[in-house]
Each structure stands twice: as structure tokens, then as C-alpha cells.
Design a protein around this ligand. Sequence first.
Ligand code: B12
Ligand code: SF4
Length: 450
Amino acid sequence: MKKKYKVELITAESEASRFIRYRRLIRFPQLTMPLLAAYTPPHWEVTHTDEIVQKVDFNKKVDLVGITANTAAAPHAYWIAAEYRKRGIKVVIGGPHATLMPDEVQDHADSVVVGEGELVWPKLLADFENGCLQSIYKSCEIPDLQNMPHPRWDLIKGRTYGKGVTIATRGCPFACEYCTIPQMYQRKMRYRPIADIVEELKYMPGRALIFWDDNIGANKIYAKELFKAIIPYKRWWTSQATSEVAFDDEFMELAAKSGCKALFLGWETISQNSLNSANKAHNQVEKYKEIIERFHYYGIAIQAGTVFGFDHDDRSIFRSTVEFYREIGLDSATISVLIPFPNTPLFRRLEAEGRILTKDWSKYNGKKDVVFQPALMSPEELLMGTEWAARQFYSIPSIIERMWKSKTGLWWNIIRNVGYHLALRNFGNIGFNPEEQGAISTPSFTKEAR
Ligand code: B12
Ligand code: SF4
């Protein structure tokens, strides 16, 4: 009989993220650790701590610890790793930051996984068992995601939007200047066999599902086949896509029929100049109004990823964005400050221009800190303007106006908006519109918020 081992998987979260997301009414769980757990051989017992809902228990008796960390969570992940290593437990770190900055991560872990884990994780565990854990693992091949095991949804704990998380595709064919997906998945699209997804669907908990694909509409022929196949299961689902799917009626109709209730679209900005310079000209601002009309016609809501701080953003961008979103009846938006993640083309450009203000990765959170010098305003104005815009967008009058215009999935759309409203209210009335003369004097935001 094989010896038994225990591995503790940790979804590490930055301080800013723990602070913000702990207070949310509903939360989106990450797929990473439930999926990695499914690739773990059966003689390894897996436990999982998601820092959004649980505290790390350093006294847990385990043989190995695996941590996933995005860039903002990296310094905190290093601290967790140090605590375990003090106790003589070996630590492996993977995820976006390890993929972007493997040399740095190597200083804080016994082993670093660069890129995708499916092929290297079982090998790493076998090496650990044999006492020959290597300091770095990098997949020579790219996993094709055929026969992907069902993620261990039982390891998702706490209040969530839905535990039924999975992926149908991996990767994105685009390469926006600020995005880390091209580095993480090497711009190579993968598509799971539709039959595998249909089979998986039968076991997924809850009615609401999330496909954490980076761009579920990357290949519309595949997407339409997938949607057709899942119609009979009458589930509700959400995912991420690029905006042009709106103009493919068959895509929209099949998405709606298969239970798509909302899609996250990376609109980023209403400045076409900014989109063009971020290598995102596939977004056409002049079409946003029509896109939303088409989505609403099919009963699908839009969550628009919105980022402030691009080089063409001046002090008027905050007001004009909120006004535009209210005018078109946008359902919801994720509003953040631009983050130049290390090793992205954006980071390299800003660094060459001397505009990177700090390499304290914990500040790369997009919510509480500005880490670069914006072109047309001060870092403080950018942060305060973003706070102001978020509060304006989720103010009660704005919610009423947008919901009235949207009339899409009203019951849950309203809950979602009110959830954001309450979460923002928890942090106090911070932020101001930099465009207004004599605006509220700058509050000590960071202290107050934390
Ligand atoms: C789900 C998700 C969210 C959710 C939940 C996040 C959470 N619980 O923390 C929500 C919507 C809340 C969210 C918010 C944000 N997110 Co997010 N999110 C994702 C998304 C779409 C999917 C994550 C996932 O489940 N992936 C599926 C798994 C299977 O893939 P994976 O994580 O890459 O893991 C594989 C490998 O990386 C590797 N691996 C990963 N970790 C480990 C660990 C070990 C030990 C091993 C062996 C292997 C390994 O193996 C896995 C299998 O191949 C990713 C994009 C992506 N494709 O991953 C972005 C992503 C992680 N998010 C990102 C960002 C920027 C954010 C925000 C800052 C956005 C914003 N401006 O507000 C916030 C910050 C929230 C926070 N946590 O701090 C960036 C992170 C970039 C970076 N360098 O840090 C990503 C990569 C998207 C992008 N376009 O670049 N996000
Ligand atoms: S379209 Fe989205 S996922 Fe694809 S590269 Fe651009 S920002 Fe990243």
C-alpha cells in the first residue's frame, strides 16, 4: 500500500482584497485550488484554505503546502510561506505572480511552478515523495485539457455566488498591453471536449455556474456548440467574453437559451484613444450603446470591467464614464485603477518612462493604491476619482436609473447592485471628482479604509 501524504492548498489574498471582499454579500470563488486538488493523486489528502473566508491554520499537520497568489497577494504569500518553512514544512508557490516573476518567487519557496499546473503538479508530488523536489517546474508542453477531472467543488467554502465553477476554454487570442493572460497561457487557446463539460454539468453543485474562461466567445463556432449542448440542463451561468459577441445573433440567442444571465465584458474605458494605445482596438466605444441594447434584448446583463488611469484619461474621465453608464443603463461594473502587472508590456513601458512609483506588489491591488504616475493627473486624483466614480455608479439614484433602463434579470441584478452599494458604504464616503474645483480635501483614505 502507498504511503499517505497531506497537502494543504492555500488561495492567498492580499490585505486589500481580504478587506474588501470579506465584506461582500456574495463572492466569486476561484477555480485554481479545486482544480489542482482534482489533479492530486488519491494517496494525497487535500485540504484547502481560501483566505477570503478562512484563516490559515499553521498548526495543521501537513507534509506539503501549495499556495496560489496573484501579484497583490504575493508579499502576503511569502509571509505564509516563511511561517510554514519555519516549521519545517516545504512550500510550493504557483499562479499568476509566480509565472510572471519566477526568480523572485524562488527566494520565498522551496519550489515554484511557472505557468499551468496540470502536467507538472503530479510530477512535483512524486518528486517530493522521493525526496527530490526541484526548485522550479515549468510545463514543457501545454495541457490540452482533454479528460479534465471534475474540480473538487467540495473544497469551496463560505458564502459564494456559486460553487459550480469550471472552464470550457483556456486562454485568449488577444494581447492587451496590461493583461497577464498572454504570459500565463502563452496565447494558445485550448477547448475542452463539449461532451466532457456536459458530463461535468451533471455533478456541478447549485443552479448557478461560472465558466472562468478568459474569453468564452474566442471561438464562436465552439461556443455555439457548447451552448446548444447545455440547453437541456436548464442552468444559469455567467462568464467572460469580448464585446463583439453582441453582434452575432445566433451566439446571443443560444447563450440566452442555455441560461446565460450575465457576461463580464472588459470594456476598460470609454476613451477610444486609450483602448487603441492599450492594444485593445477590438473594443469600439461608439458601439457600447448598441452592445448593451443587444444584450438586454436577449435578457443578458453586462458587468463591464472598468479601469481608470490610461494615458488619455484626464480629470473628466470619472464623471463622463458614470454619466455614460447611467445613460445607457449598464447593469454593473467592476471599477478599478489601472495596474501595470510586472513583466507585462505596460509595466515595461512605464518603467522605461520612469513612471513606476513602487514595486511593493501588495499595492498592485487596483483598489486602494496607485502604483504608477498617471499621464494627465496626480496618483491621488486617480485614486480619489476612482473611489468617487464607484460611489456615484452604485449610488441609489444611479442604481434605480440603470435598473429601470436595463430591465434585465431585475431581481438578482438589483441584489448585485445593492451588494456593491453596501460594500462601498462600509468603507465610508471617500473619493472626490478631481474635475471639480474646491472638491473635498483629500481624506486620509488608506488609514480610514483599512
Ligand atoms: C476568478 C477570478 C477572479 C474572481 C475571484 C478571485 C479570487 N477568489 O481571488 C474575481 C472576479 C473576484 C477576481 C477579481 C480580481 N482579479 Co481575477 N481572475 C479570476 C480569473 C478569471 C480566474 C481564476 C481561476 O479560477 N482560474 C482557473 C485556474 C485553473 O487557472 P489558474 O489560476 O491560472 O491556475 C493554473 C496555473 O496558474 C497553475 N497554478 C496556479 N496556482 C498554482 C499553485 C500551485 C501550488 C501550482 C502547482 C500551480 C498553480 O495551475 C493552474 C492549472 O493550470 C483569473 C484569470 C485566469 N485565467 O486565471 C483572473 C486573474 C487572476 N485576476 C486578476 C485580477 C487583476 C483581478 C483583480 C485585481 C481585478 C480588478 N481590477 O479588480 C481583482 C482582484 C481580486 C483579488 N483576489 O485580489 C488577474 C491577476 C493578474 C496578476 N498578475 O495578479 C488575472 C490573472 C486576470 C488577468 N486578466 O490578468 N478575479
Ligand atoms: S481580451 Fe481580455 S483576456 Fe484577452 S488579452 Fe485582452 S484583457 Fe486579456
